[in-house]
Design a protein around this ligand. Structure first.
Ligand code: OAD
Length: 256
């Protein structure tokens, strides 16, 4: 990865240094360097091999729960194998400097694993399961299950449990969305990391940030629909750019 563009990096460091509260809006790109494929990249993206309608909808699960669980168990294996990377760790380390809230579209739990403390999971969490029929209590898987293991069943009604993930056509959890919106209202700097900004309502949070007073910094090796509208666009991977920003803050004089 090339050196960060000095002008953009300095502008980003200034905005972070001046901020009291930071909101990081993250997507699949921040976990890409953990070996977890993103969704929409032409060659490697998950949706290049599978259609979302075949796997990430309540209808697909009703039709073929084994197939849908096979896909999510495979993703659990990738996540467990990959673990956190320097991008996740840098966002956790940013808490040394500022009040940081994370609103993520990722379901992998890697921000929490890296030690971030305030995380709104907009699309749920792949490690939690809930009943697909009676909405009985959520349970948490501790390890990836064998991809051929029998389907997990609800202890109350016996129906298959499903991953506690927001599928296409479903509502986002109201509490997570409300926390993200509050984080947006309170932030004076918004970091948009590793998302294509194509899936709503998460993408609308970025649009709101751009329309508001906060300084918006995008970290993405590729251009997205908002790249020309943000205040600072860092064309770099998360695991390169975020540690560089935190190192620059570490070196900066303490804020009074
Ligand atoms: P996408 O796959 O749409 O976009 C991933 C973005 O990450 C792209 O813009 C890449 O350029 C960027 N990227 C790739 N490698 C990167 C790196 N090393 N560092 C930084 N950025 C990198 O993923 P999302 O925007 O997260 O929903 O997709 C949103 C939602 O669509 C997902 O949460 C998922 C999917 O359907 C559900 O499964 C519910």
């Amino acid at each position: 990865m090339n050196e960060l563009d000095t002008h953009a990096r300095d502008a980003a460091v200034r905005a972070l240094a001046d901020a009291r509260r930071i909101l990081a809006l993250t997507g699949a790109g921040i976990s890409a360097e953990s070996g977890i494929p993103t969704f929409r990249e032409a060659q490697t993206g998950l949706w290049a091999r599978f259609s979302p309608e075949d796997l990430a909808t309540p209808e697909a699960f009703a039709c073929d729960p084994e197939r849908v669980w096979g896909w999510y168990r495979w993703r659990r294996t990738l996540i467990a194998r990959g673990g956190v990377n320097a991008g996740h760790e840098a966002l956790a380390a940013l808490e040394r400097h500022r009040d940081v809230r994370i609103a993520t579209q990722n379901v992998d739990g890697l921000h929490a694993a890296a030690g971030s403390s305030d995380i709104a999971e907009l699309h749920g969490n792949i490690w939690r399961e809930r009943c697909s029929a009676c909405a009985a209590n959520t349970t948490t898987a501790v390890a990836p299950a064998d991809e051929d293991a029998p389907l997990p069943a609800c202890s109350r009604c016996g129906a298959p449990t499903r991953p506690d993930i927001v599928w296409f056509g479903e509502m986002l959890p109201a509490d997570a969305l409300a926390r993200a919106e509050q984080g947006l209202n309170e932030a004076d700097c918004v970091l948009v990391v590793g998302t294509s900004n194509r899936v709503y309502p998460a993408a609308a949070l970025v649009e709101t940030a751009i329309a508001g007073p906060a300084t918006v910094i995008e970290v993405n090796p590729e251009a997205t629909p908002v790249s020309t509208a943000v205040d600072v666009a860092l064309r770099a991977s998360a695991s390169h750019a975020l540690p560089a920003l935190v190192a620059a803050l570490d070196a900066a004089p303490a804020r009074r």
